[in-house]
Design a protein around this ligand. Structure first.
Ligand code: ATR
Length: 278
């Protein structure tokens, strides 16, 4: 029987997940399918309770349903619990729904691959933003490093809430003071929507950063944000957001289809070509 998974969102048309998972299904010769499901907020609870009836063994969940996915699951892993949102669901043979969040895994696996020296610097990582994406990145950084993590967000109160949730290793920096704080930072991560196509640019002078510093953006449309271009121009290591997107898909595919898929240059090229078509 064909194993079927899907991505659930509202809207969902923009999701690139089908491009990734269908590529792997074909590459590994698996009898599987990966669909898009547009589910409005008032129907999400029922849809998740009936995932099996809808023909699915699992799903990715995107905006605005990541918190609902967490609530719907019988069991939730540590990452999803700490981040407060789930992006990957699967049913066990008894029909119980399990939830994980693979965004932190995706972010860190990509960072390790693209900038292996990111954790050897002396300064604290700095995260811009305090939304859902920031929570995943902060959770990942807390697990991966012993350093203090700086957070700057336009709305300071939101950064402070995030700091309270993650404990004493977080230090909140004023949004206006973010460039000054860069002088001590070895890794800058943009998790805001600034720089995304259709959004204002992120205005950030990278001059204070050390020469071996790393700049990562979770934005992937465009692939080369102004922030990353500025980092490259200064000789810093630049890490784009597409790598995180590709790596976060790995654990779900393995759960549903039984093969741990590889993130390769060919997959990346395939997804970039699809981004161009959008
Ligand atoms: P997500 O869950 O994808 O991270 P979000 O919760 O909407 O999305 O968060 C978007 C982030 O981008 C927030 O940190 C937001 O800052 P606020 O908390 O102050 O809203 C940030 N952001 C969006 N537009 C911004 C702007 N024009 N200037 C600075 N930060 C901005």
């Amino acid at each position: 029987m064909t194993s079927r998974a899907c991505v659930i969102g509202w809207p969902v048309a923009h999701s690139r997940s089908p491009v990734i998972h269908r590529y792997w299904l074909k590459q590994y010769g698996i009898d599987g399918a990966y669909e898009k499901e547009a589910v409005p907020p008032e129907e999400i609870e029922g849809f998740l309770q009936q995932l099996w009836t809808h023909g699915y063994i699992g799903a990715n969940v995107t905006l605005p349903h990541k918190e609902a996915a967490l609530r719907a699951a019988r069991s939730v892993d540590e990452a999803a619990m700490r981040i407060g949102a789930a992006n990957t669901l699967w049913l066990d043979p008894d029909g119980a729904l399990h939830a994980s969040n693979t965004d932190a895994y995706g972010f860190l696996t990509n960072l390790d691959a693209e900038a292996p020296h990111w954790n050897s610097g002396t300064g604290p990582p700095m995260v811009l933003g305090a939304g859902g994406a920031a929570r995943a990145v902060v959770y990942g950084l807390i697990k991966a490093t012993g350093a203090t993590i700086l957070i700057a967000n336009r709305t300071r109160e939101r950064a402070e809430r995030l700091a309270r949730a993650f404990g004493p290793r977080i230090e909140v920096v004023d949004w206006e003071g973010r460039e000054e704080a860069l002088a001590v930072s070895s890794l800058l991560v943009n998790t805001t929507s600034l720089g995304m196509s259709g959004q204002p640019e992120l205005d950030m002078d990278l001059a204070p950063m050390a020469k071996n510093a790393v700049v990562a953006d979770i934005v992937y449309v465009p692939l080369e944000t102004k922030l990353l271009a500025a980092a490259r121009a200064r000789g810093l290591t630049a890490v784009d957001g597409l790598g995180m997107l590709l790596h976060q898909a790995v654990p779900g595919f393995e759960r549903w289809f039984g093969v741990r898929p590889e993130v390769t240059p060919a997959l990346r090229a395939h997804v970039i070509a699809a981004l161009g078509e959008a």
